[in-house]
Design a protein around this ligand. Structure first.
Ligand code: PMM
Length: 281
């Protein structure tokens, strides 16, 4: 379904380049354009199949950046990476940014709002014909924590994603373009995130490839908290991310979105070998 090569039929690895001063996990590290470009190449060397470039932080409580600022952050980085043949995705909720990113060479649009933040987005993606990550989302970061209310999180995420799919299909996006993402941490607390991960098989029943973004998220830091309850800092939760990569890949995820690429690139190969052996091939 994508132009990203996948001869091994394994879970893909999407490496993250946040061109932001304030992302939760790597804010400020790749804010400089040249540093962001270097980091993108580095991630490919480490085994990334796709490099996801974003210019707007979605950490809980974050305020929005202007359209102009977002364009200025991501377009040059995408252009430089794509020009060298790197498969790039753009992490944006704005149709205008998605359009400019595709023109600059992006091969996938990753929209954490699943088309809810900008009603133009599905039409732009339909016209571009690129894969489209539709993530489960209930509202912007400034108040998303108040929306983390579910009776049965897996069923509700599944139903809400299904509605988004119907809408983007009605706007002209084709089935083959769609990738779904349950949106770990987006209007979800730790308990919800674990339930969603355990529910990957039910979410996969929707019939679309699944992308899982657990990397360095707060629920991992909480799981690994010190005896006094202090959460583990994200900088020391990469081993836990890796465990999620292996389990998610084995559960059938199409792609994992991670900050630390090398170990996850190994883990998805382990998961694929394990599956092949189990299938007797
Ligand atoms: N998470 C973040 C940003 N973009 N995109 C998708 N598809 N799925 C995610 O889970 C996701 C995303 C937030 O993480 P970061 O700011 O630490 O990169």
């Amino acid at each position: 379904m994508t132009s990203v090569p996948n001869a091994e039929r394994r879970c893909l690895v999407m490496g993250v380049v946040n061109v932001t001063p304030d992302s939760f996990s790597d804010g400020g590290m790749w804010f400089d354009e040249a540093a962001a470009i270097r980091h993108g190449f580095q991630l490919v060397e480490e085994g990334a199949d796709i490099v996801d470039v974003g210019g707007e932080s979605t950490r809980p409580g974050a305020a929005r950046v202007s359209l102009e600022e977002e364009l200025a952050r991501v377009v040059p980085v995408i252009g430089a990476l794509a020009a060298e043949g790197v498969p790039v995705s753009v992490d944006t909720m704005r149709a205008e940014v998605a359009k400019a990113a595709v023109e600059a060479g992006a091969q996938l649009v990753n929209d954490v709002s699943g088309g809810l933040a900008d009603p133009e987005m599905p039409r732009v993606v339909a016209a571009a014909g690129v894969p489209y990550v539709v993530m489960h989302w209930r509202g912007h970061s400034h108040d998303m924590e108040t929306r983390a209310v579910y009776t049965d999180v897996v069923t509700e995420v599944r139903e809400e994603l299904s509605k988004r799919v119907d809408l983007v299909l009605a706007e002209g996006v084709s089935k083959e373009q769609i990738v779904l993402d349950p949106g770990l941490g987006f209007a979800k607390n730790a308990e919800h995130n674990w339930a969603v991960l355990a529910g990957i098989p039910q979410l996969a029943e929707l019939g679309y490839p699944l992308l899982i973004g657990a990397s360095r998220k707060r629920f991992l830091g909480r799981l690994l908290a010190a005896p006094d309850g202090t959460p583990r800092p994200f900088s020391r939760s990469d081993d836990a991310t890796l465990a999620v990569t292996a389990l998610a890949a084995h559960a059938g995820a199409w792609c994992v979105r991670v900050h630390e690429v090398g170990p996850s690139a190994d883990a998805v190969r382990v998961a694929a070998a394990w599956k092949r052996a189990g299938a007797g091939t």
